[in-house]
Each structure stands twice: as structure tokens, then as C-alpha cells.
Write a protein of this length. Sequence first.
Length: 423
Amino acid sequence: LSISKNHNTSHNQHFSFQVSMIAIRYDRLIFFPLAITAVIFCIISDSSILHQWITAERKMSIDLGGGKCQWTPPDYEGIEGVTFQKTLIAGFPSGDKRLTFVQMEALTGLPAKDEWDFQHLGMSNHPFIKANYPHHEGIWGWGDAADQVVMVVRNIKRAMVEYHDILWDIGYAKTWEEAFQLIPNLYAERPPVEDFLAWRDERVFDEIDWYGWFIDYYMEGGLMRDMFTKKITTSEHWNMLMVPTAYTLEQLQYDVVVGADTHVEPSYDPNCALITNGCAPIKVISAERLAELDRGPAVGLELAAAVDGKEGMNVIAPEARNCIWRELIINKKGLKTFIDRDGYGEDDYSFTKGHLEKMVKELDRLIEKYSNVPWTTNSNALVLVDIIQEHRGLILEDLAEGRFRRIMKRSSSLTPDRFQELE
């Protein structure tokens, strides 16, 4: 569930949140209590409540000339009666998409909308769509609205930290009322290390598999694979994986549903046919690089190029685009993002040696895959490999320097047996 409230005055008045309902059990994959989600969206469909949340007027960021600019917010309600070439901003849950779409909003004066809002609040003419799909935190809620995909990639280790941070911000809320009370907490500070460690020991080994599988999904244009074995899978198995609450982990195993030695013809998620240019991204960007002082402005220009000249897009003049990046990243205009959190740094949240080794193994798999035929001439594959190699190097440094810890004693009993040898 994503809810946004935006004012066009100060940075601190901007907030939005995503309620991710996760129940941790290992005999069953339980990710979304759908009944609770339905109740939440019934509550927020009330127009009087929505009116309180959405009050901004449409304003294009202003080119002041000479490379100077003035940031202004977009119209968060969307613009009706205009045809846009719409961009899906896809990424593993980690705050990376938010950092990306605020740039695109400021460059164009046009708003983004979350996949869950499309699903439960109805379709609207928002040209930027934020999506976690096909991750279990996402849903294909936008129908056939998207025309192209930009995939955002975060450092796998930092992605896990921020993923948990967002859950902690809203107190692992189970009801809309609980979550609503905690909206101001989003992106304000970081959780106690102990809270992260308990969640880490229960979730991260599995989420490492989801991370690489998510990248494969978009790079391969929606080719249906099993997230744990990475094998090409059947439509029947894929449909089961998309509703994990309905099955036990054992029932979802590839060998049980498909068969270990079964030959499976490649097939694609039919949803991808609803995107004009398919699920394969037109651009792959690094969230970390977007936030860096030296490389960030160049990544911001890549985002501008991804929409410049597209139908309905009026991008601010080239000489003002670096200024837009500075306004958002340096001067902290616009919505809060993961770079605004106070307290601990992301590197203060450590992982076990087993976690780091599995991360390296998954990154090695991705590097090997996208460095070879048929990907050697694919420009996005070259960018992806460069990004992931950098992330891999940082994790190897952690391993070499001994920057890891064991599974927490107080939560070891909650850690699945299949992970014990990886501690």
C-alpha cells in the first residue's frame, strides 16, 4: 500500500509510505494478508480522505538560465486529457525507485504513482509508475498503462537494509490505522540495529534469491523462472509463485510442481505484452550512483534522456538539468528518500558471513550470465555488469576485513533449518 501526501512548501512536509504486510513463517510463504490490504484500501478510497492527502498544484521546475533552476513539485493528482509515453520504474524494494522518480517528476513537472494505488484507487493518467512487481511486495496494478521500463539497481546489501528500514518505519503495521499514525516516521531515522538483525536472520537468505530473480525477470523481458532454482518454469508454477500465500514452501518447490528433469519451453509473463515496448528495460541505472556527488549528475541526465522527446514529455532545458539533480540531492528539495535518514549509516547494519557469501555467489551468477553471449552486445547488460561488479567488490572487502557477525542468539531458533549451515 502506498499513500502520498505532498505540499509545495518545505522538504519536511513531503511524505509517502508503502505498507508491506509481511508475516514471517517458514512452513508457509506468507507475504500479503490480502484481507487486511482490502480493508485498508476500502478506507482510503473515501474521497474526503484523499482530498486531505493530495493538495498540490502543478508546477514545472523553473529554468532560471545560466544553469540555475528553481525546483517545484508536480501535480500529484495527474494530468487528464494528455497522452503520455509512460515509464515504469521497476526495482527491488529498497527506496531506489523513489529516489529515481522524484528526479523524473522534477525534470518534467509530471507525477508518479504506485502500482498498488493503480490497483485499488483506480486508473489515472500518471506518466511514471513505481513498481516492485514481480517481487512479492508488488502487484501488476497498472494494467496496460506502461510503455517503457527503467530498471533501478541497488547494492544488494544496502537494498536489504533499506527494505527493512521501511518496514520498521511503519512499525510492521498490520492495519491501516496503525500505519497512518506512523506516516511522519518514514525516512526520518534508522531502526535499532537489534531490530534489523532479527529480521535479517529470518528473511535475508531468501530475499537474496528474490533479488537476482527480479533482475533476470526484467533483463529477459519477463521470462518466467523459479526464483530459487532460477530454472525456466511453467505458467502453472509461475501463477503459484505469484500468490505465495496460498501454498506451503514445499508445495511451491520446482521439483514438486515442474519436475527436476522436465524440459520446459521458455515462456513469458503475459503481463509484459501489456507494456508497449515490453518488460525489457530501455535503461538500467544505479541508485547509489544517482546519489553520489561525482557520478550523480550524469545519472540524472540519463533519466532525462529516457523521457526527453517522448510523447507528452516536456523536459526542462538541458542546461538546467544538473541543477535539478542538485536541488533534490544536495539541497534536499522534494520528497524524503533513503538518503535523508538520520542516525546510523547503512553500513552499520551488518550481515553474517553466510549472508555475504551468498550475496557474492548471486552476484557472480549475474555477472557470469550477463557478461556472455547473448548479452555481450546488449548495452543494458554492460551497464548492469559494471554496477554489480562494483557492488561485489564492496562485499568482498567486508569479507576480507571480517565485517560480519553470527546469527543472533536470541533469534537463532527462528532461523530456518536450511540456513543453519550458512551462519
